[in-house]
Design a protein around this ligand. Sequence first.
Ligand code: PFF
Length: 534
Amino acid sequence: MSAPKEAWSSRLGVILAVAGSAVGLGNFLRFPGLAAQYGGGAFMIAYFISLLLIGIPICWTEWTLGRYGGRQGYHSTSGIFHALMKKPWAKYLGVIGFVVPVIIYMYYVYIEAWALGYAVNALVGNLSMEGKDYGAFFGKFTGASSDGVALRFGLRDVGIFVLIVYVLNFFFIYRGISKGIEMVCKYAMPALIFIAIIILARVMTLGTPDPMKPDQNVVNGLAYMWNPGDVAAGLKNPQLWLAAAGQIFFSLSVGFGVIITYASYLRGKDDVVLSGLTATSANEFCEVGLGGLITVPAAFMFLGTAGIVGQGTFGLGFNVLPQVFALMPAGHLFASIFFVLLFIAAVTSSLSMLQPGIAFLEEGLGIERKASVALLGLMTAFGTLFIWYFSKDLKALDTLDFWVGTVMLFVQATILVIIFGWGLGIPRGWEIAHEGAEMRIPNIFKPIIKYITPMYLITIFVMFLLQNVFGWNYSLTDPIFEPTGYTKDLIGDEPNNVARLSVGFIIIVTGFALVFVNIAGKRWTKNPPVPLND
Ligand code: PFF
């Protein structure tokens, strides 16, 4: 007996849900921050190459595998790999599809709470505490200034906002695929684009805000972000390629195990090729067309390059932008609207990180939705509490983001594309992808998916490990390997306990997940779900 089948109620609904997952903090904070840091032109070249060689191919792979697994009655990455490969070890390959979204949720939702808290505090004019010090507000609100300070519940503390976002996320996820996620995204996505366009119009019409500084005008703001600069030199920097590829993953939500789960709730012959491409395009519009035109140009116009260089993603969004808005007419209002935008974008993304966990607990342990929501709520709350308490320098958050949000993610994405290109095989994969498809995937993507994407991924991943884990200086003649920040934290002379605890936490969650997969495997062999027959 299979559980009652859940499904998307419309084609537009699923596209909006996937686009909702993709459009998030990554579009409005992470992307502009990286593009400005690496110099617009060169970064954009690496970014678009990564979009073509990683983003779009893996997106199609995930949509196809997901719909295929859904037809066999499975919705989690483990279940789908099990159904596809029919080998006892296959389900274990899917474990990262549970661990990655669940752990990323734990910290992503914390930042979501900042966005909500900033929206409220901007409106009442609380962001500049005692005069002009925005950094002090940020430090205390997020807890970046010291451990434990953020665990408070006043209006100027993050506490209430964490509770609100938790209740919201779990309320909607409990309502299910069509009544929860799809319903939220149907309203949230148009609202988000509408708000972004208002803010964009405001920023683009600022002209030269300070006549004393004629260089800081809108044209130079855009030029700062978009002028190509020294493209050749930029492209020689391996770090730029890593950043561009990482941004493509993060922004499109591909490789996380999220899209595969979403696609598993499609009906048997629903199109995946055009839908996948549409969701991807929607994300790129919001990222390049909206996110890329707001944050950095605005910061430049008011604060010049000093406001941007070395600020990092969070600094730019939560520290610099409030100062920028404060200098605009009706600044409180615009600041608040901007953070509402971030908040809406984040909710549709965090919901998508919960569904793989819910699906896995339901079908793996054979428990009802209520129980799986409660169990996942408990697990993630524990993680968020950990990040919230050990907040100094955002150490726990940053460590989890590195090991899970980047290292594990690369592994998972590589597994996905290899399972499609080599496990399933391109001819069969192509056939499945095109069932009910409203457009054909150009044939050039056959060799791309089979050879180029995995090679590109593995090359970038090896470079990434060499640089960020082993600390290679890229010299062939005089190579030096020095522990980097992340490895030093774990094994250096002065290890960081929070970083160590964070890695311990990842290991424990993965351990639990492996036990769950083992239990699930027994269930699936004894009592497989009933395949759909449409
Ligand atoms: N794509 C989201 C963003 O750009 O903010 C982040 C994200 C959502 C990553 C969902 C992973 C995920 F599973």
